[in-house]
Ligand binder design. Sequence first.
Ligand code: ARG
Length: 461
Amino acid sequence: REGSLWGGRFADGPSPELVALSRSTHFDWRLAQHDIRGSKAHATALHAAGHLTDDELTGMHAALDELSAQVADGTFVAAATDEDVHGALERGLIAIAGPDLGGRIRAGRSRNDQIATLVRMWMLEASDRVERGVRAVIAALVEQAEAHPSAAMPGRTHLQHAQPVLLSHHLLAHAWPLVRDLERLAEWRVRASASPYGAGALAGSSLGLDPALVARELGLSGPTENSLDATSARDVVAELAFIGTLIATNVSRLSEEIILWSTREFGFVRLHDAFSTGSSIMPQKKNPDVAELARGKAGRILGDLTGLLATLKALPLAYNRDLQEDKEPIFDIVDQLDLVLPAFAGLVATLTFDEARMRSLAPEGFALATDVAEWLVRERVPFREAHEIAGALVQHCEERGIELHEPSDADYAAIDPRLTAGVRAVLDVDGAIASRSGVGGTAPSAVATQLATLRDRLAAL
Ligand code: ARG
């Protein structure tokens, strides 16, 4: 049968139901150019091993280049009868080169080592796009941090007011996980750059082909060490799926905060018109859809990862057709990140912060109570007692509906004689922030150091 890669031992063709189930061209066609590059490299290896003459190699490469052009301009497409991208392209090659030359390309290789290699080639390119997207989000966060060097805000734990922090410190706290995600991508690339080509269906090839040559031609680092592993492992797919999921998850955490910050109750940020949406019925609405879609896509992406791992679980060696199910999840993860990251970077870059409101809320909820306790420690009070005294001050203020600086000196003394007027010096947002100047702290000096370190880590990637 034309376009089929097998059939010699079959009396009957496949049922329409099997064809429908088996077909993968609607999603693996995006690997067509990678497949052709693989075939060119494989032809070179066949020639080096004496299975193609010089003329045959020249003819094969020319035919593959022609096929590549036809795929690129859409004159060659998969037919309904093609099982997968590999079968379709062999059909296309034979149409150009004829059955004698075109029929030689498949010697010594299998779709199993092919597909394992093509997915890696595709993922390595995709990871560059993901990296660019993540870098754009980090750049937007860094830009906003630099634009607001002294803006204070309520730092929270349990979503309750905890201690004042710098807005820049908070923004960079969202940048760091993304920096680590880029480092994860760089480490993953080393593992993903090994080439399964030459592993054959599972056991290697008897034709004396050089897998190192193919790897080199494809820009990969070298051949994989074990042909069974090469054709059946999908850990490098799962690992990129995980890193992609982690990126989406990290972005979803900032998404959630932006959604909260843009509410009337928080009132911390205004969204740019270009990165917000309206309502079809409520004329006043301005909605944070970019952040919501980023948050929602994180769930979908996590589903892709989970589905992929479920497919791999307990799968015996070596190749099983189940492995065809690896492609749609990893394609979807990258496709969604390709959409989310640029829009999210734009959203972050164009946020307008209400510095005055954030600052005015920073000390509320007795957020400076820890400063009272730590001031007492510097006055030689054991922390256990200092914590009690500051707690009593909070209770005193809460009962009266006042803030920590509002009681009189006599009120302070009545709570504890060691609570003197000197404590007023630390009941100040800027003072509280500036005092946390150790490595990783929220003081402006520490945040400046942190920013320099972050830049170095990005530059080292
Ligand atoms: N389309 C398959 C995949 O994506 C590759 C073909 C392997 N088919 C086979 N019968 N061994 O994994």
